[in-house]
Design a protein around this ligand. Sequence first.
Ligand code: COA
Length: 199
Amino acid sequence: MWQAAAAMSTSQEIITRRLTLAPFAEQFLTRQYVSWLNDPDVVRYSTQRHRKHTLESCRDYWQSYAGTPHHFWAIVEHGQGLGHIGNLNAHVDPHDKVADIGILIGNKEAWRQGYASEAWLAVCRYLFTQAGMRKITAGTCASNAAMLALMNAAGMVEDGRRSRQTLVDGREDDIVYAALFKDSWNPRSVDVPAVSPEC
Ligand SMILES: CC(C)(COP(=O)(O)OP(=O)(O)OC[C@H]1O[C@@H](n2cnc3c(N)ncnc32)[C@H](O)[C@@H]1OP(=O)(O)O)[C@@H](O)C(=O)NCCC(=O)NCCS
């Protein structure tokens, strides 16, 4: 089903209990996806809030992954028929074996149902066990409570902070960085019931 992605990306499909993380492909390049990026609620804490997005800009972004070691997955809910609910990316430094990951659940009706956690934990597992990473990093605004909770639940620890680095709704905010190391990662704490056969 996701074969169109093969030419664009070397990412593997990852399957969890409720989700398929599919290498991003043409069928995910929709007006719905563009609308997420133009929704002030969705991009409130993201640098994407400073841009106007179109199908073309989203295509350019997707194509920027071609020929790189990075990953760009569409998050597809496959139990309740929600379909494509968001995206997850991983910027991989193959020399230092570090991956920086980010997530967006664009479908607001899918928020607070554990989908981001399920996708995040599955990708951490993939990066450590399949992609040879030794450290996974992420960052967010200090006022993004959902992202802080997500990183915390994944076992990430604070890995630096830039004070008063950004403006969120006109207010100064810190950028908080977090990290997860393979040698202190506890896969038993990961509640991802079914992952892809490779994992
Ligand atoms: C942040 C985001 C990915 C969370 O997605 P989600 O599917 O709602 O998250 P989950 O349901 O898996 O919940 C993850 C954790 O966040 C908590 N959480 C979710 N929404 C929250 C909110 N609005 N306020 C406080 N905590 C919240 C959950 O309780 C959970 O914590 P727990 O494990 O301690 O119970 C989603 O809100 C989103 O995509 N927002 C817009 C994009 C964005 O901000 N991306 C990050 C840019 S750096």
